[in-house]
Design a protein around this ligand. Structure first.
Ligand code: OOG
Ligand code: NI
Length: 269
C-alpha cells in the first residue's frame, strides 16, 4: 500500500461512519474551495501488542517520521505526531495511546481481556490501523463501564483502529481567513461545534488555532440493543508563521486536550 492508498482508505472508512465529513467537504467544495488535510488522528491503548510503536509502522513505511511528543496528564494519554519527509503537502499524523498502567485495575483487566480474546495474528496485520475494533465490541455494559472512567477508552472499545478525525487546513482555503469566519459559516449551516475551552482552541502566539465539530451520532448494534454513540468529527486548523517565516508544524497540548472531547457524549447535551 502506498501513501495515497493508505490515506484514501483512512478517509473512506472515516466518512462511512461520519456523514458530516462528506457534507462539510461538499459544502466547501461548492464554494469553490480545494480541501487540503492538515492532519489525521488515530487512537489506541498502550498495550505492547497495539501501542503507538505498532500503529506508527504503516506510516513510517510510506515515508513519515516521528516529530513532537505530547502528554495529557488528566486524560492519561500520550501522543506523538509524524510528518512526511519528502511530501510537505501530506497530512501530519497524530497518534495517541491510553496509558493503561495509570488506569484502574478494572479498566486494565477489561482491555487485557478484549485483547487476549483476539486472534493474536491480527496484531501483525499490516492493515491493523484500518481494522476498526478487531475485538468483540458488542457489550453496552462494557461500553458504559469504560465510559465512567475514560471516554477515550469507551470510544476505542467501540470504534477501534481508524481515523477519528480529518482536519481541514484553513491556510489553504480561499474564502476564509480567520477561524471565526469558518466557524460561523459552519454554524449557519447547522453544525454544532465543540465549545469545551471555547470554540477556538489556541492563539496566534501559540502558532496554531483549532476548532472542531461535535462527533456524529452513529447507531451501534449492541447485544442489549441499538444505541447512538458519538463516532468521528471534523477539525479545522489555522497555522501561523514562526520567527523564521515557516509555518508552525506541531500541535499544542492544551488545545488537543479539549479537541479530544469532540467525541464526548456529554458535550452533545
Ligand atoms: C485527537 C485530539 C487532538 C489535535 O489536533 O490537537 C488533536 C483525538 O481526538 O484522538 O487531534
Ligand atoms: Ni486534530
Amino acid at each position: 500500500m502506498d501513501k495515497n492508498q493508505l490515506l484514501s482508505k483512512l478517509w473512506e472508512q472515516y466518512a462511512a461512519i461520519t456523514p458530516s465529513a462528506k457534507k462539510i467537504h461538499t459544502l466547501l467544495a461548492d464554494k469553490g474551495e480545494t480541501i487540503q488535510n492538515d492532519h489525521i488522528a488515530i487512537r489506541t491503548f498502550n498495550d505492547p501488542r497495539i501501542n503507538i510503536a505498532v500503529l506508527e509502522k504503516p506510516f513510517l513505511a510510506v515515508g513519515y517520521e516521528a516529530r513532537g511528543e505530547y502528554i495529557f496528564e488528566s486524560k492519561k494519554l500520550f501522543a506523538q505526531h509524524y510528518e512526511h519527509t519528502t511530501d510537505s503537502s501530506a497530512p501530519r499524523i497524530f497518534i495517541s495511546e491510553l496509558e493503561l498502567e495509570k488506569c484502574s485495575d478494572e479498566l486494565q483487566q477489561t482491555v487485557k481481556n478484549i485483547l487476549d480474546d483476539c486472534d493474536q495474528n491480527e496484531f501483525s496485520n499490516p492493515e491493523l490501523v484500518l481494522s476498526g475494533s478487531i475485538w468483540k465490541s458488542n457489550s453496552h455494559a462494557i461500553y458504559t463501564s469504560l465510559l465512567e472512567e475514560s471516554e477515550y477508552a469507551a470510544w476505542m472499545y467501540v470504534y477501534g483502529f481508524r481515523a477519528n478525525h480529518f482536519t481541514i487546513n484553513l491556510n489553504a482555503l480561499q474564502h476564509f481567513e480567520k477561524l471565526e469566519e469558518l466557524n460561523s459559516f459552519l454554524e449557519e449551516n447547522g453544525w454544532k461545534l465543540n465549545a469545551s475551552g471555547g470554540k477556538i482552541k489556541g492563539t496566534p502566539e501559540q502558532l496554531l488555532e483549532q476548532s472542531s465539530t461535535l462527533a456524529d451520532l452513529y447507531s451501534v448494534n449492541f447485544e442489549e440493543g441499538l444505541f447512538e454513540i458519538p463516532s468521528c468529527y471534523y477539525e479545522f486548523a489555522l497555522r501561523y508563521a514562526m520567527a523564521d517565516g515557516n509555518l508552525y508544524q506541531g500541535f499544542v497540548a492544551s488545545s488537543a486536550d479539549k479537541i479530544f472531547e469532540s467525541t464526548d457524549v456529554k458535550l452533545q447535551k
